[in-house]
Design a protein around this ligand. Structure first.
Ligand code: GDP
Ligand code: IMO
Ligand code: MG
Length: 426
């Protein structure tokens, strides 16, 4: 059987958590392959909202095994709190959760390093979530980091202290002093808790499951435009957010990759710094932010908002080999008479292109087409046949440009506000 992958095509927060939860019942395994507590995946059902950071979004389905893969950076403190929240809501998460022994560990000192390095960047700061993501991946690639499996070693504390000494010197390089006395106890308590869970060589778990005909869904975090290679570097995260990240982050060979669900909002958002060609720094952007409740699920920061950007979507689709598209949050655009879609960019040279240039800097001018708005509350529609013509025209326009079918249209945060367009032809 194949590993299907669901990943964000924009700058994150596309609604991955919601759709993983919707698709999960037809899978046996849901697995996270990269990122860590920088992610905030929101799920809503039966009147309750849940936000997951490191735990896969299949956790509410008791028959599903959930895997935190080797490509993830795991913060034990955040993880313990997340597990406690699930327990409080009556979910027995520990029973269905497997954590890779090869996943990288985020230490309290990684979070300090994240903060001091951001402070040093001044106005050029990345806008990191400050969860320690960058410094932890740096240690992994630098071959000095700690991994989940290390917590089982008798000399774990020595290894921890060795890395801490290194971090202390690095913080001093930034002219600051490392003080994590308040977090250290919480860290070791959380590590003790982690030891009681199912720590595994999850690459075997997944490959055995595939051999036995089981279905696996890999859940991306962040989005393709935040990918460390192809995103808006340096304003990116520190992992491979693309399909290739699922292979390295789970231990799955490329030949097993099946469907690739590319998820995007009917408009576009970004949180943190960096270029955003279609950003609306005006009342229209404000209106989208308000209607879409565009505030970060992890940090609460207001998200920057703008019109949908087809050149970047085409780029993400190309790099990921997307086979199906999921359009999210079209209900947010109800109150607009017209909807703009960026189809091309005008470069400083005057050239019109639909390719993403090396740097998406401010000189770039989006070229828009304006389509009629639908002026109907899509959230009230529960049958695909009842969608207003102006909206189906909008879907057809986007599909024509992207050349990939939109098989899911989401019209509200709840699990039930999901319209499937199976067998749709472009
Ligand atoms: P993720 O990081 O990709 O999982 O996305 P987030 O959870 O960070 O952000 C998506 C937000 O939009 C959450 O608050 C969801 O509850 C909400 N949401 C998801 N789909 C829809 C939709 O179709 N319509 C509306 N109005 N909200 C949605
Ligand atoms: P989900 O999975 C949106 C952004 C941060 C910052 C940059 C680097 O919920 O879609 P980092 O903490 O990784 O060093 O931050 O990436 N960022 C996200 N933006 N959604 C996310 O995750 C993000 N995770 C990181 O805002 O600009
Ligand atoms: Mg999010």
């Amino acid at each position: 059987m194949a590993v299907d992958i669901l990943l964000g095509l924009q700058w994150g927060d596309e609604g991955k958590g919601k759709i993983v939860d919707v698709l999960a019942p037809t899978y046996d395994i849901v697995a996270r392959f990269q990122g860590g507590p920088n992610a905030g995946h929101t799920l809503e059902f039966e009147g309750t909202k849940h936000v997951l950071h490191q735990i896969p979004s299949g956790i509410f389905h008791p028959h599903i095994q959930n895997i935190i893969g080797n490509g993830v950076v795991l913060d034990p403190i955040v993880f313990k709190i997340e597990m406690q929240k699930l327990t409080d809501r009556g979910v027995d998460a520990a029973q269905n959760l497997f954590i890779s022994k090869k996943a990288a560990l985020i230490l309290p000192s990684h979070k300090v390093l994240d903060r001091v390095s951001e402070e040093a960047l001044g106005s050029g700061k990345i806008g990191s979530t400050l969860k320690g993501i960058g410094p932890t991946y740096q240690d992994k690639i630098g071959r000095v980091g700690l991994r989940v499996g290390d917590i089982l070693a008798p000399d774990f504390k020595d290894r921890y202290n060795k890395l801490l000494t290194r971090h202390r010197k690095m913080v001093e390089f930034y002219g600051q002093t490392l003080d994590i006395s308040e977090q250290e106890q919480a860290f070791f308590d959380a590590v003790d808790y982690l030891r009681t869970l199912k720590l595994a060589d999850t690459e075997y778990l997944i490959n055995h499951a595939l051999s036995n005909g089981k279905r696996v869904l890999a859940e991306g975090a962040q989005g393709s435009l935040l990918d460390v290679d192809f995103g808006t570097y340096p304003f990116v995260t520190s992992s491979t957010t693309m399909v290739a990240g699922a292979c390295t982050g789970l231990g799955v060979a490329p030949k097993y990759i099946g469907e690739v669900y590319g998820i995007f909002k009917a408009y576009c958002t970004r949180v943190g710094s960096g270029p955003f060609p279609t950003e609306l720094n005006n009342e229209v952007g404000e209106e989208i932010r308000k209607a879409g409740r565009e505030f970060g699920a992890t940090t609460g920061r207001p998200r920057r908002c703008g019109w949908v950007d087809l050149p970047t979507l085409k780029y993400s689709i190309m790099l990921n080999g997307v086979t199906q598209l999921n359009m999210m949050k079209a209900d947010v655009l109800t109150d607009f008479d017209t909807i703009k879609v960026c189809t091309h960019y005008k470069l400083p040279s005057g050239e019109i292109t639909d390719q993403v240039p090396h740097s998406l800097d401010e000189e770039l001018e989006p070229v828009y087409e304006e389509l009629a708005g639908w002026r109907v509350d899509l959230n009230k529609i529960d049958n695909i046949e009842d969608l207003p013509v102006a909206f189906t025209d909008y879907l057809a326009f986007v599909e024509k440009h992207l050349q990939v079918p939109i098989t899911i249209v989401s019209v509200g945060p709840d699990r039930k506000s999901t319209l499937k367009r199976e067998g749709v032809a472009i």
